[in-house]
Design a protein around this ligand. Structure first.
Ligand SMILES: Cc1cc2nc3c(=O)[nH]c(=O)nc-3n(C[C@H](O)[C@H](O)[C@H](O)COP(=O)(O)OP(=O)(O)OC[C@H]3O[C@@H](n4cnc5c(N)ncnc54)[C@H](O)[C@@H]3O)c2cc1C
Ligand code: FES
Length: 287
């Protein structure tokens, strides 16, 4: 993990309300693993005080501007404008100075014994799945199920397809403007009937993750989920991101720090009934 005082290489709106930001980050890619995240400092000045967490979409090198100059190593994030911090981010431009801390947390781990990999992404939850897909596609059969409320919520389909991933998109609105209509979880059910020995990786809104967990547990299929809990520090210091672990009771409490132990968890480590409850451990995370 390193704190980078760096610059923005580009920041473009790719769909209404969704942006792709590329940041100069020498040495970041060698350390980053799929499923990890970074903390982005919106501004050097206050407010907002806190850094904001974002999944790592991609790392890579940009060709040099002229002969003799080195390539530029970058990290890319995709973000949705949600509130104060991301509204400010959307107004930033190439050359603006920012800070990022990362890579952070624990990422995905593949089981080499499972040839079929099914990735399930809802909305912005597909971000950490891109780097995962690019690693898995070298060795396994990778299928991606992407869900969104509208066509605008389904991002980067072409980029996944370019990797060689079989993609299927599901828009849970009436328009059916892209892919099939219906919930992504209904399709997962069908896929698991066809590929009962698959391994599943998911990231997205909590209701989707809960449904995916139920389906995978019914089919006795291994599932890893990436949680997007509220985070204030991102490094295990504030306890603002804890979730209850499986078997948690008042007498024998089990708390898992999402930013350190996660954000990726094997599904059976989590107390699924408690997920989505407000976090009682941190009161000062709203700045
Ligand atoms: C590990 C991790 C990875 C993430 N990856 C991405 C990503 O790749 N792209 C992306 O767009 N977003 C991602 N998020 C969510 C992102 O951090 C929040 O959307 C962002 O912090 C909102 O900041 P804000 O100042 O704009 O919003 P605020 O003003 O702080 O809040 C505005 C709204 O956003 C909601 N919100 C705030 N923080 C979160 C959060 N952590 N999760 C869900 N909703 C939140 C609030 O409920 C509120 O409704 C990730 C979160 C985590 C923990
Ligand atoms: S965000 Fe502070 S401990 Fe996880």
């Amino acid at each position: 993990m390193k704190n980078y005082k760096t610059i923005i290489l580009s920041n473009q709106e790719i769909s209404p309300g969704y942006f792709r930001m590329r940041l100069l980050a020498p040495g970041f890619g060698a350390k980053a693993r799929s499923g990890q995240f970074l903390m982005f400092r919106v501004q050097r000045s206050l407010p907002p005080l806190l850094r904001r967490p974002f999944g790592i979409f991609r790392v890579g090198f940009m060709p040099s501007d002229c002969d003799g100059m080195p390539e530029k190593e970058y990290v890319e994030i995709l973000y949705k404008v949600a509130g104060r911090g991301t509204t400010i981010m959307a107004e930033l431009h190439e050359g603006d100075r920012v800070e990022l801390l990362g890579p952070l947390g624990k990422g995905f781990e593949e089981n080499p014994a499972k040839q079929e990999k099914i990735l399930v992404g809802g909305g912005i939850g597909l971000v950490p799945l891109f780097m995962l897909a690019s690693e898995l596609v070298e060795k396994y059969d990778v299928r991606l199920l992407m869900g969104g409320r509208t066509r605008e919520d389904i991002l980067a389909v072409t980029e996944f397809e370019r990797l060689g991933v079989e993609t299927e998109t599901y828009v849970s609105t009436d328009d059916g403007s892209l892919g099939e209509e219906g919930l992504v979880t209904q399709v997962l059910e069908r896929k698991l009937q066809k590929y009962p020995d698959a391994e599943v990786f998911a990231c997205g809104p909590m209701p989707m993750l809960k449904a995916v967990n139920e389906i995978c547990s019914d089919h006795k299929v291994s599932l890893q989920v990436s949680l997007e809990e509220f985070m204030a520090c991102g490094v295990g210091a504030c306890l603002g991101c804890v979730v209850k672990g499986a078997g948690h009771t008042e007498e024998n409490p089990s708390y898992l720090c999402t930013c350190k132990v996660g954000p990726v968890f094997q599904s059976e480590r989590l107390d699924w009934d408690a997920l989505g409850e407000p976090n009682e451990t941190c009161e000062g995370c709203a700045s």
